[in-house]
Every structure is written in structure tokens, then in C-alpha cells.
Ligand binder design. Structure first.
Ligand code: PLP
Length: 399
């Protein structure tokens, strides 16, 4: 047979986060006591009122196609949330409800990019962005927010990366994998460049409800009319409402971009699951105390994890302000020896931790930072403590 497959599919790497998480799950199923710092998934059950709304939807027979870009009642609820939480005015014809945040982002890149269009992606980045951009025929252009800059990029760095092919910037705040949050001032400077140089901003605000301490979430589109026009605001229910499996994400954008995304979605997937849409509606319009309860618990885990990690030998980390990750600099570990052999890389460190210490961590080469690992603290305090003890045991053996 001489049939070939697409060049596009050949280029795309499978998600290493999902691969490590799957391996840890497999070890667990074999009865091995693995602590999984890998998955970017809250360990809480979806709040009961949300589950009940889904059960009611089934009972009511709400089990048929809905409009392809989502029900009007859910779009209205999203608009209300955009207005009240983000200070953003979107009308229902500016909203697309999709099958999770990933699907929303895929729609956005498909709507924006022509072959060869460049998308600026600040590293460290969530590993799916470059692959999504490539799938939409775009070219990822990386700039780096190093540790001294709290892993954030400046407006000047973005400006220096702009070429006549620049179509968009991806801006993720709070950030996966760093847990950093952009301030209003930083966003104002970035918005000024985006407007002056005229490119789109894909604002991924998936972790907007998970900010701790004094920091506040600011949506870049809320800063002024010009940046609003150029921004596609992306969010979803997965992380804030512990609804990862339900698959509901959404975008707020110009009417024109929204029309195009809706049309593409109508051919690709049709509507997101009708029952999940009813659940999402309850999540947005029902009582919000579950968010606060989860955030409080995440905050306690964050403080504990950060204090522990920063007092461990050979590693370093900056206090995360949002999301549920601790981003750990392991550059010194790479030069040290474990059982007489150089550790060499964060990837090898992750292998040793999984295979010999039963702890799953994410090495961050695919996040643009090969000498860092990511720990997700979306697991119980007891698991966090056990896992961190094991990591510390490993670090204490290094020579
Ligand atoms: N954006 C960021 C930064 C994420 O970390 C994730 C999930 O890990 C998503 C978007 C996608 O979320 P969803 O599970 O709704 O597809």
C-alpha cells in the first residue's frame, strides 16, 4: 500500500501531560501507591447542584440537538458572567459554547490563521498552544519570560517579536504551568502594543477564578475599546467548577469572528452536549459558594506546597499566585548524580521519580522550559504531603 497520511498530523506531538498521567494511572491500577502531581484536574466532585441540573435535563428529555454554537439561555448566562466578573460587554451573538476550553481555542486559531501567519507564544506556555497553532497552519513564535521576570513577558519583548506576519499573541493569565498572574499595568502595556501593531490577542482565562492572595484577575479585553475589538476571550467550566469531564468552554469575540467559529463548529461537532449545557447553566447562574470553597482548599495546598518546595535542597520556585501549579526550577538537579549517574534532564528526573519513588511530575520541555518541572496541587493535602516527602527523599540522595 502506498497511501500516505497528512503532513499536519505527522507534525503534532501527543500530549506528554496526558501520557504521564496515564502511566501513573496504570501503575495505580496495578496496586502501586503512586502520588500523581501530573494531572491538571481538580480532585473535587462536580458540585451537586450542577449534577442535579444534568439529571433533570435528562428527565426533561433535553437530549436533542441544540443550536450548534450553544443554547441561547447558556449564552445569556455567559454574557452575564462576562459582564459581572470580567467587566466585559458581550451579547449572545458574540458567544460560542464549545466542547471544552481546548475546542474553543481550536476554533479561535482556525478562525484567525492563514498558512504562515505567526502567533507569539510566551514561554513557559501550556503545551497545547504550539500544536494548536500548527494544526491551524500557523507558525508559533516563542518569546521567553525567565525566572527573573516571574516567568512573565514584557510588552517590549512582545513588540520585538512582531513581524509583518504576526497575527496574534496568546496570553494566559493565570498561567499554566507557572501559576503567575499578569497585573493590570502589565496588561495595559501589552494591550498598547497589540493595538499599535494591530494583532489579535487570544486571552486564555481558563483559571480566572483561581487566584489567591491580593492579586486580581484582569481581562485584557476590558481595558479599552480598541483592545476589546482585537481580543478573543476564552474560558470554560473545567477548572473553576471542577467540570473537566463535562466538556464546556466558551469564547467572547467580535460578531464576525463568532459567526465564523459558529459555522466551523456547526460542521465539525455541532452543539456541545445538551445535558452538559444545562449543567453549565446551573454552574453559572446557581450558587457560587462551591467556587469559594474549592479556592480556599487550593489556597491551603498552594501555601503548603510552596513552603515545602522552596525549603527543599537543589530546587527553587517562585510563589504561585493562581491556577493550581507549582513551577519548579530543577536546573541544579540536572548536574547532580543519582546512584552515581548524572540526572541530566528534568525528563530523566521525572522518570526516576515515577519509577523509583512512585511520584508523577510533569517535566516541562513541552512547556518550553526543559529545566523545570510542574507539580499540580489539585490533589488532597494528604497526597501532597506524601508526594513531597518522596521528592525530598530523592533530592536528599543526590550528590
Ligand atoms: N487552557 C489552559 C491554560 C489549560 O490548562 C487547559 C486545560 O488544561 C485548557 C485551556 C483547556 O481546558 P478544557 O479541559 O476545558 O479543554
Amino acid at each position: 500500500m502506498s497511501l500516505t497520511l497528512s503532513k499536519k498530523s505527522e507534525q503534532v506531538k501527543p500530549s506528554s501531560t496526558l501520557a504521564i498521567t496515564a502511566k501513573a494511572k496504570e501503575m495505580k491500577s496495578q496496586g502501586i501507591d503512586v502520588v500523581g502531581f501530573g494531572a491538571g484536574e481538580p480532585d473535587f466532585n462536580t458540585p451537586q447542584n450542577i449534577c442535579d441540573a444534568a439529571i433533570k435535563a435528562i428527565g426533561d428529555g433535553f437530549t436533542k440537538y441544540t443550536p450548534a454554537s450553544g443554547t441561547n439561555e447558556l449564552k445569556e448566562a455567559v454574557c452575564k458572567k462576562f459582564k459581572e466578573f470580567n467587566g466585559l460587554d458581550y451579547a449572545p451573538n458574540q458567544i460560542v459554547i464549545s466542547n471544552g476550553g481546548k475546542h474553543s481555542l481550536t476554533n479561535v486559531f482556525d478562525a484567525l490563521l492563514n498558512p504562515g501567519d505567526e502567533v507569539i507564544i510566551p514561554a513557559p506556555y501550556w503545551l497545547s498552544y504550539p500544536e494548536m497553532v500548527k494544526l491551524s497552519d500557523g507558525v508559533p513564535v516563542f518569546i521567553t519570560g525567565n525566572k527573573e521576570q516571574n516567568y512573565k513577558v514584557s510588552a517590549a519583548q512582545i513588540e520585538a517579536a512582531v513581524t509583518d506576519k504576526t497575527k496574534a499573541l496568546v496570553l494566559n493569565t493565570p498561567s499554566n504551568p507557572t501559576g503567575m498572574v499578569y497585573t493590570r499595568e502589565e496588561l495595559e502595556a501589552i494591550a498598547e502594543v497589540a493595538v499599535r501593531k494591530d494583532f489579535y490577542v487570544v486571552a486564555d482565562e481558563m483559571y480566572e477564578h483561581l487566584i489567591y492572595g491580593d492579586d486580581k484577575h484582569v481581562s485584557i479585553a476590558s481595558l479599552n475599546e480598541e483592545i476589546y475589538k482585537r481580543t478573543i476571550t476564552c474560558s470554560g467550566l473545567s477548572k473553576s467548577y471542577s467540570m473537566t469531564g463535562w466538556r464546556v468552554g466558551y469564547t467572547g469575540a467580535s460578531v464576525e469572528i463568532t459567526k465564523r467559529m459558529s459555522a466551523m463548529q456547526s460542521h465539525a461537532t455541532s452543539n456541545p452536549n445538551s445535558i452538559a449545557q444545562k449543567a453549565a447553566l446551573e454552574a453559572l447562574v446557581g450558587p457560587q459558594d462551591a467556587i469559594a470553597t474549592m479556592r480556599k482548599e487550593f489556597d491551603a495546598r498552594r501555601k503548603y506546597s510552596f513552603e515545602r518546595v522552596r525549603n527543599m535542597p537543589h530546587v527553587d520556585c517562585i510563589e504561585p499566585k493562581g491556577a493550581f501549579y507549582v513551577f519548579v526550577d530543577v536546573s541544579k538537579v540536572q548536574d547532580m548524580k543519582y546512584k552515581g549517574e548524572k540526572v541530566e534532564s528534568a525528563a530523566k528526573m521525572a522518570d526516576i521519580l515515577l519509577n523509583e519513588f512512585n511520584v508523577a511530575v510533569i517535566p516541562c520541555a513541552d512547556f518550553g522550559f526543559a529545566d523545570h518541572i510542574r507539580l499540580s496541587y489539585a490533589i488532597s493535602m494528604e497526597q501532597i504531603e506524601k508526594g513531597l516527602n518522596r521528592i525530598e527523599d530523592f533530592l536528599n540522595t543526590l550528590e
